[in-house]
Write a protein that binds this ligand. Sequence first.
Ligand code: FAD
Length: 409
Amino acid sequence: MSIFKNKVYDFVIIGGGMVGLSLARQILERGISKSICILDKEKELGLHSSGRNSGVLHAGIYYKPNSIKAKVCISGSKRLKEWIKDKKLPINNCGKLIIPQSEDLDCQLDELLKRGKANGAKVELINEKEIYRLCPHAKSATGRAIWSEYTSVVNPRNILNHLEKELIEKGVTILKDQRILDFQIYKKYISTSKFKINYGHLINCSGVEAAQIAHKFDVGKELYIIPFKGIYWQLKKVSLIKISTNLYPVPDLNMPFLGVHFTPDSNLSGNVSIGPTATFSLGRENYNGLKGVEFARSLRNFTTIARLYYSNSGGFRGYIHKQSLQNIPLLMIKEAKKIIPKIKLNDIEPSKKVGIRSQLYDSLNNKFEDDFICKNGYHSTHLMNAISPAFTSSFELADLIIDNSFLSK
Ligand SMILES: Cc1cc2nc3c(=O)[nH]c(=O)nc-3n(C[C@H](O)[C@H](O)[C@H](O)COP(=O)(O)OP(=O)(O)OC[C@H]3O[C@@H](n4cnc5c(N)ncnc54)[C@H](O)[C@@H]3O)c2cc1C
């Protein structure tokens, strides 16, 4: 007897991360269809970006006005917070300080303030006295900082688990441990080792694999993912440094990364994570050691990085130097001391958390993509570059994807 089962759904979503789950939720909520299947290659959800991030619900400050990120971050955060409240899940509404590490970065505060206000974020410039009140250990190189009251911290795994449960209760099928072996694009079905699944519309939210799957649909062939690894440390329990708000350095606005930051946890336990760094990853899932190393892809990605490094476009060389140094604890502490002068090497310890960003590279224009990218193919929609703040924005982003893709056809 064959165990190969035939299934038919209106929507098949590849990827059960925060974005895939949110899309299923919005398709249901909006009454578009109840026939939805989420397919994930892993035995459990949350093993990639959505379960390995900082858990910060961003408040819409960094993003270029009119970008998709700017459009979805603030309302996405509000909607997710309401859902979290409804589910009675932990959330730490601890706000965020953005502090210049050196005098030359001070002018970036004005740019961030301008962007934040244009995006509708609640942001204010504060002085030394107010910085001290919010975080006595922090120090700004110029005495100025940005305060974002509505930045919060959540436990991403916890949110995913509850969202998964809610969707299953509402009738969404979630098939785990299912790698797709065959895509029949024009016949509109995919096959795994157990199932042949026919669909009306396929949505690709597969994170680090999103570009590769999109290429099968002849979509975004010029785009590929260069994975960037982020490792974390944490403050030791015995450390005398106590931090109860998010503490971010001023980021390099030419790069799509926010810099190593201090993040208190969602349940007010006093734990503080420090990270993530942003260094070249030898594979899209190379979290530890040699596991997940991809030689051929890494060679191509390394060549791209080397080209950017030597052309030094957008100050890339300086950025790479600084970032690679931050993986060395002593040098990371040297950097951290610029915003927390009293921190020492023995205040921190390695954390188990490691994340990998699905950073998209545009090989036609030789640049990293900064914004979310959503493209349509034959009866399919492909979300690529679902980097930060896609977790924060996911409910609103899902609605935007629905409005701009299959419904508008
Ligand atoms: C270190 C780090 C820190 C971050 N911090 C924040 C933050 O503080 N706030 C914030 O808003 N965002 C943050 N982000 C970004 C955020 O985590 C992502 O934007 C978000 O999780 C993307 O969700 P996703 O569903 O698109 O991807 P993922 O969570 O990666 O989910 C993709 C899913 O697809 C599955 N999959 C992949 N390929 C296949 C396939 N072929 N077949 C079937 N399934 C497949 C995977 O198993 C995975 O479950 C951070 C990211 C990183 C890496």
